[in-house]
Write a protein that binds this ligand. Structure first.
Ligand code: IN0
Length: 422
């Protein structure tokens, strides 16, 4: 705990956020939720597993309005169960595929538990006691159950296809299309399911679930950012999620990027991966701006602002190839406290987009494309920020914002060429 404060010792705004967060009074939703748990042992066990698998995200789920809170908790635990089967390299492939393809019916089987995971699987315990999750799942409204089961069916089958080698080349993802499809199965479908749950709860307009592309992009933005951040951890564990269509332009072997002699190619590859993610930002902002319920907005916005801040941190940062790069807890808490409305979220995105823009180098082969992606995001913001409303953002009303970085880039590249030719 002390180390968390020490990490932010030179950042007064983060220190203040950490203190505010620690001493903030419990919200109305959190209090009514805790009261409900006192008399419900089975539900309490589910929240125990939720808190065990993901502490900070569990806190965000527990702030949701009634009804939706339990539906999303169960959705999360069911997906975590599925993930624990997909993840386990020690499971026999046939058995794994059989489980993945039938998981949508398993969640209706009272009493089902599973103890075949390897001893090192971190959420092993969740499947060992999965009967508790099933009991609570069966207590949800049928409308919620149907959404969760349908997404589980689609995701389980998608995961099984990947596990058996479809859309893959040896152990790696081949094309950008395959990469998008994999991320759709594991994260985009979560976006579909959540939008359907928001609609079924009545807390959001049913139209939130109509635009599938936006729901998909919400998941892809989180998953692709994680995949960039986790390069080294995944490499060490024998996993490769970066598509060869991208990294193959910069190396013969996926592990070449960790070599000091490969620095400049490694940097260029990282930029190409970040560019692929930046293209999703306008969709993310469009989705968030449609939300109406405060608790749903916070639940959706917090992971997205964490992701944009992670993306700014990993961009042009070769440490990604050596270790797990993470935003400071102080910064994360500051973002959690600030993500309360769309104006603030836009201001946060704008800040990190500017960080990316400043770290973008003319010598980078993707310099121009990154400048254009940044320009498109700026354009979205200019077109969507209401000028009448008090905003944290300094709008410069400069519609040429897309052209300025491009112009600077072109001049930079011309100068590089000129000096090379001397
Ligand atoms: C999530 C997503 C999530 C939240 C809100 C809206 C979403 C819309 C579309 C898709 C996903 C959405 O958020 C979590 C966030 C999370 O777990 N963060 C980790 C930190 C980290 O670095 O991983 C934490 O411990 O706090 C998320 O990452 N996923 C997720 C899973 C289930 C549900 Cl119901 C919602 C995982 C994934 C793969 C990105 C979809």
């Amino acid at each position: 705990m002390l180390s968390v404060f020490l990490d932010s010792i030179t950042k007064p705004s983060e220190l203040k956020a950490l203190i505010d967060y620690k001493f903030s009074p419990k919200s109305k939703n959190k209090l009514s939720h805790q009261k409900a748990l006192e008399t419900d042992a089975s539900k309490k066990k589910c929240y125990y597993y939720l808190n065990k698998t993901s502490r900070s995200f569990a806190a965000v789920i527990q702030e949701l309005d009634d009804d939706l809170r339990d539906a999303i908790c169960l959705f999360y635990l069911v997906l975590r169960g599925l993930d624990t089967i997909e993840d386990d390299m020690s499971l026999n492939l046939d058995r794994k595929v059989e489980l993945l393809r039938s998981f949508d019916t398993i969640i209706y089987q009272k009493g089902w538990t599973f103890n075949e995971n390897g001893p090192n699987e971190k959420d092993r315990d969740l499947l060992v006691h999965f009967d508790v999750v099933i009991d609570e799942f069966l207590r949800l409204k049928p409308g919620f159950q149907k959404v969760i089961a349908e997404i589980t069916r689609l995701m389980g089958n998608g995961m099984a296809d990947y596990a058996t080698g479809e859309h893959r080349e040896n152990t790696s993802v081949a094309t950008v299309k395959d990469f998008d499809l994999y991320c759709h199965y594991v994260a985009g479908l979560v976006g579909y399911g959540l939008s359907d749950l928001f609609a079924a709860s009545g807390l959001e307009d049913p139209s939130i679930a109509d635009d599938k592309k936006l729901s998909n992009s919400m998941g892809l933005f989180l998953q692709k950012t994680n995949i960039i951040r986790d390069y080294r951890e995944d490499l060490d564990d024998g996993r490769q999620f970066w598509p060869k269509e991208i990294w193959g332009n910069y190396a013969d072997d996926f592990s070449d990027f960790i070599k000091p002699s490969h620095r400049e190619k490694s940097r260029a590859c990282l930029s190409a991966m970040v560019l692929n993610v930046l293209e999703l930002v306008p969709d993310v902002l469009s989705y968030l701006s449609k939300l109406q319920n405060q608790s749903v907005f916070n639940f959706c916005a917090i992971p997205q602002v964490m992701a944009i801040s992670t993306l700014a941190l990993v961009f042009n940062n070769l440490d990604v190839y050596q270790r797990n790069v993470k935003i400071r807890k102080g910064e994360a808490v500051k973002l959690i406290l600030a993500s309360t409305d769309m104006d603030n979220v836009i201001a946060i995105f704008r800040e990190y987009i500017q960080v990316i823009s400043q770290k973008n180098e003319t010598s980078d082969p993707n310099f121009l494309k990154i400048s254009m992606a940044v320009g498109k995001i700026e354009q979205w913001i200019t077109a969507n920020v209401k000028p009448t409303k008090k905003s944290l953002i300094k709008t410069n009303n400069n519609s040429s914002s897309i052209f300025l970085p491009i112009l600077v880039g072109l001049i930079g590249m011309a100068l590089v060429q000129y000096f090379k030719s001397l």
